[in-house]
Design a protein around this ligand. Sequence first.
Ligand code: NAD
Length: 301
Amino acid sequence: MAGFYLCEMQILDGKAAAQSIKDALKLDVAQLASNGKEVPHLVAILVGNNGASETYVAAKVKACEEVGFKSTLIRFESTISAFRLLETIRELNTDPDVDGILVQLPLPAHISSEEIINAIDPSKDVDGFHPVTVGRLVLGQPTFIPATPYGIQLMLAHYKIETSGRHAVVIGRSNIVGRPMSILLSAAGPQGNATVTICHSQTKNLKEICLSADIIIAALGRPGFVTADMVKEGAVVIDVGITRVDDPGRKRGYRISGDVNFDDVATKAGFLTPVPGGVGPMTIAALLKNTFHACALKHYD
Ligand code: NAD
């Protein structure tokens, strides 16, 4: 019954919400420049030529240009040593012209992402993955919020979706999405105060748990996993998943699929994010906000 929606379902348009954030940032950057201040500078490091990583990094660099940030893309062959990568990060850490550093994951198997992330100066950790950043997040202290959960928070705020006192179910417990998302939703404050259940690959009765959710955040990387029979009438469903699924019918040979079966869930959900055009653009907008913040902190030092 594709396209036939029983309830009034509202699509949460990530492109539009991200655009309004970028428009505001553009004005803030122009203000900095007119005050003779340096504009934010994001440095992205890309190792190897993983297709998806190339796409993500290109989108981040483009977004920087759009809002007037400086951006630099440093590329390395996949054979680069961890030592050389660490050396680059140390140089960027001490470069006063650089506000934010991001290392696009995944890294080649011979390099420990943990070691690389731990080397980034927390004051430039705009991806929000450093242990100091995560520790501050857990403690409710001001910090960089990991871009995807931050983007979801911004989306909830943009569409004025109430989270306080509601039951939020997060599917996925990764360090970059599920776990920080569960911490933010349960924290005191705006887009928080929810009662949170975090589910993962070993969770039993996932369907029953999801059926009691007012808000579902699906971040597991399994195309079309969340179906209408798992969703309560009127629930808010946020689809984080991005998986390339083979599609010989398309010129590029694949399509992007989310973790939610959109047409099916649209018959039950009250609010639903599309893929693409939902969480993806919000993640980039959140990264820009973090980078602006890193730069602003420097100006107020
Ligand atoms: P991950 O592989 O690190 O973690 C997946 C999580 O899902 C794990 O915690 C695992 O326990 C859980 N899981 C797996 N199978 C499950 C099942 N059957 N039932 C319940 N839980 C299950 O993935 P990740 O890095 O968190 O990313 C998740 C998805 O989000 C991927 O598709 C990724 O591409 C996408 N993603 C999107 C954005 C964005 O900007 N939109 C950003 C980051 C990640």
